[in-house]
Design a protein around this ligand. Sequence first.
Ligand SMILES: Nc1nc2c(ncn2[C@@H]2O[C@H](COP(=O)(O)OP(=O)(O)OP(=O)(O)O)[C@@H](O)[C@H]2O)c(=O)[nH]1
Ligand SMILES: [Mg+2]
Length: 223
Amino acid sequence: MQINMGEREITLKVVYYGPALSGKTTNLQSLHEMIDASARGKMVTLDTADDRTLYFDFLPIEFETQSGFSVKLKLFTVPGQVMHKATRKVVLAGADAVVFVADSSRSSASANAYSWRDMEANLRSNGIDFEAMPKVCQFNKRDLDDVKPLEEIKEQWKDIPAFPGVATRGEGVLETFSALMRELHRYLEKMHSFSEKFGVGEEAFVAGVLDAFGEQKPDPESV
Ligand SMILES: Nc1nc2c(ncn2[C@@H]2O[C@H](COP(=O)(O)OP(=O)(O)OP(=O)(O)O)[C@@H](O)[C@H]2O)c(=O)[nH]1
Ligand SMILES: [Mg+2]
């Protein structure tokens, strides 16, 4: 978190992590399409010819709190291909929260597990407290044939909020992101008494984020 009291600005970094081709870039593209034009920044995508992320994608989202702070969210994706390990560590540096995008296909189970361990190692080597860090998981590609049943997934991911997704259709994308915002506020509350310091409570924070999505927003009570 970066705070500029003079400008009344709070900057938070969110990273989408996960194995290659799980749908991290698609999640950001989908959020970008859903954002109201007024809150929408330019999305930067750096990929190779075959659509795979080479360095990162970046999407800024901004909203104003009623207490007069401007919250700047900086969303990044890492490149999931195994060979980009060093880049993932750089992109993760200074992250305040992560979305882990897993591929729901049964055949991707070991790639998911490898990527999760890689994320944990990279967070730790960046000096970030892995256990405390706000995290949510998205099980993407629910439209594919050979996917694990959701009950099995929920059982395996008991400690972390997990959401189904079909990012190509925008399904589950905003739910995942708003759940992460809720986790993030809870964390900032615990570590920095966020509500008291910046005059924005959990509901107002989540509602502020969702406002950027205008018509598309889900019911804040449901996330
Ligand atoms: N069937 C299906 N395909 C999806 C879904 N989400 C993404 N895809 C497709 O999967 C491919 C990879 O998606 P990306 O978003 O580029 O994956 P990524 O995680 O950014 O991959 P890397 O950048 O290599 O780490 C693309 O062809 C997407 O259109 C989904 O929910 N269902
Ligand atoms: Mg990508």
